[in-house]
Design a protein around this ligand. Sequence first.
Ligand SMILES: *Cc1c(COP(=O)(O)O)cnc(C)c1O
Length: 225
Amino acid sequence: MVLKRLARVQERIAGACLACGRDPAEVTLVAVSKMQDAAAVAALAECGQTLFGESYIQEALPKMDATPPELVWHFIGHLQRNKAKLAVGRFALIHTVDNLDLAQILQKRAAALGITQAVCIQVNVAGEAQKSGIDPDGLPELADTVAQAPNLTLEGLMVIPPVFDDPVGARPAFARLRQLRDGLKTRLALPLPVLSMGMSGDLEAAVMEGASHLRVGTDLFGQRL
Ligand SMILES: *Cc1c(COP(=O)(O)O)cnc(C)c1O
């Protein structure tokens, strides 16, 4: 069952890559395991999936301790300031830095631990109220701050697009994220390889717009309880 679901998602990624002439090796699948238990993670890990994404710190940390140590974890949820330091050093990549205070908290903690923390900036490309992510207007200042933080490395950008009935509706948001990334890449002279975009319903559109990391939950694990 899990193996079939994983194979199906991998086929969809391969199909989308074929359609736009990309190498599937350029696209990384993050298995979003929020609301799934350690046994479900272990079952998917048995099928060869090693990278998992979590959205809530309190849920993630015990699960990480209860699953095979060789798994790699990304943080993809909204990071509250009072929990932020708990994420530093535990996640190979934090996708969701979206304000200057948060960047400062992460920098301070990474410095205290004597490590470098890889992060992405989450952008609210459509300027939706109530949604996490920095507005495109504020992105240059935040990107400068993160890029200059000695214990953070800026890897790229992340978006959660507006919800559409038709998955193709998200495509302009994905294209916009790529444009913003390309602009920063030139201005900061950094590689910025990560474009974290695309979920179960719209991963094909994301691949076509250049996604490097797809965050897929439902289509790998089934509906969340
Ligand atoms: C839950 C979640 C996902 C996975 O969404 P699915 O539709 O279940 O694939 C991806 N990204 C973020 C930020 C999420 O919170």
